[in-house]
Design a binder for this molecule. Structure first.
Ligand SMILES: [Zn+2]
Length: 441
């Protein structure tokens, strides 16, 4: 006899997930922590027995006593390298028949990591995304989802959640021969989406192309921009909100884990602490940092049956705030500051690229685009003038960067045509480096 297909249980799983979410959101922080502790204990034991990679490599840790959430620190870390070594099924703790989705990502080394999920975990995670996007999208919305679909989970997760929230979806996908910038701009103009999901840089570029073709981007009727896939400064987000006249929303996740941060009704990005245990650690000493201090986000899954991950170092540089949110959620609020190591280093000084972006783009008169990097001459910043006086703007940016970082940059105007060419080469348009610009000059 063959087993019944899992989708027959869809309504049952969804109802149960919604009820669990309702109950969870009413918990106090202490009650939520106790729930996490119970889940952690079970999940660590599960991972160390059911996951081939952990049961083999971490055999010495079987039987680790977990009486407190901090006891997670008795275990070593899981790194991207472990994921590569376990590729494709080494970390998979379930029978192959239970896998409903398989995805991959590639890092800078080019060797892939895999990610799998069971039907129940997929639907449960999706219900949380549905609740979050339901705060900003609903019936009558038509949403352009312009992020990669190939080998990914996030796009499908969002599609499903948007449909459940009552919105319509246009699966634009990544920049490809099917839908390059030009076609997307034409579609936005003629179809008139009310929502857009993409990287902040892509939203700026779309605005630029529409305006440049003599059309008023405000006439598209876009109301909400949900940004994903690229961390950016408040100044860049403010620019997008102002230019497009949209409200902003956000979601955070990774291919290995699906969603990790979801926006509440009050607009804060909450960690998914019902499904993950999060630590924020100093990336060098791996000691926990005080509440509200930036560090690397390290996560342990609590309910992932298909692919448990213990103390996985995300490489994301974040701040987690213990301040309560007005929405009443027991989950803490996350701010993202880019990737660990994503810094410009010169003469012993380290400059966080997002902090630099904030200073550059918040300078009065800055246009849409900027780029920075370190050359033999030191810190080089290229910046676009909104209108008028490039010399005055460059002088102002020089002054402000020097005040903020104690380092005098060489600032010059950026060439918009070069920026466009550089972005056309990116599958996921993000902040530009000098190397990106040099590659098209
Ligand atoms: Zn909230």
């Amino acid at each position: 006899m063959t087993a019944a297909p899992p989708y027959l249980r869809y309504e049952e799983i969804r109802r149960s997930a919604l009820a669990d979410l309702d109950a969870y959101e009413k918990l106090t922080r202490d009650q939520a922590a106790r729930l996490r502790l119970g889940r952690l204990r079970d999940h660590v034991a599960y991972a160390l027995s059911a996951s081939p990679y952990y049961s083999e490599r971490w055999a010495a840790h079987r039987g680790t006593v977990i009486d407190h959430l901090d006891d997670i620190r008795k275990l070593p870390f899981t790194t991207k390298r472990d994921l590569r070594e376990a590729y494709p099924f080494g970390l998979v703790a379930v029978d192959r028949r239970e896998i409903v989705r398989y995805g991959e990502s590639t890092g800078t080394t080019g060797s892939p990591t895999s990610s799998v999920i069971t039907y129940e975990d997929w639907i449960r995670g999706n219900v949380a995304v549905e609740r979050s996007v339901g705060h900003v999208f609903g019936p009558g919305d038509l949403v352009f989802v312009a992020i990669p679909y190939e080998l990914a989970f996030a796009s499908y997760d969002l599609d499903r959640a948007l449909e459940q929230a009552g919105a319509g979806v246009v699966a634009v996908g990544t920049l490809s021969r099917v839908c390059p910038f030009e076609r997307m701009v034409e579609m936005m103009w003629r179809v008139g989406p009310t929502g857009l999901v993409c990287t902040p840089s892509r939203a700026l570029r779309l605005y630029d192309m529409l305006a440049d073709s003599g059309r008023d981007p405000a006439e598209v009727g876009l109301r909400t921009f949900l940004y994903v896939g690229e961390t950016c400064s408040p100044a860049k987000l403010a620019k997008i909100a102002d230019l497009w006249g949209v409200r902003l929303s956000n979601a955070y996740g990774s291919t290995e884990t699906n969603s990790l941060g979801l926006v509440c009704a009050a607009g804060s990005l909450h960690l998914t602490e019902d499904r993950h245990l999060f630590e924020v650690l100093d990336p060098e000493t791996t000691e926990p940092v005080p509440d509200g201090t930036a560090g690397e986000l390290v996560l342990t899954t609590l309910v992932s049956r298909a692919m448990p991950l213990l103390r996985y170092r995300t490489g994301d540089y974040v701040t987690v705030s213990g301040e309560p949110c007005v929405c009443g959620s027991p989950n803490r609020v996350l701010a993202h500051h880019g990737r660990v190591g994503e810094q410009l280093v010169h003469g012993g000084r380290r400059i966080n690229k997002l902090a630099l972006e904030e200073v550059v783009l918040s300078t009065e008169g800055t246009g849409l685009y900027w780029a920075a990097g370190i050359t033999d001459d030191g810190l080089v910043v290229k910046v676009e003038t909104e209108n008028g006086d490039p010399g005055g703007l460059c002088a102002a940016v020089t002054r402000r960067v020097e005040d903020a970082f104690g380092l005098r940059p060489a600032v010059s105007p950026i060439d918009r045509a070069q920026v466009r060419q550089a972005m056309d080469r990116m599958l996921k348009p993000g902040s530009l480096s000098l190397d990106d610009l040099a590659a098209v000059s």
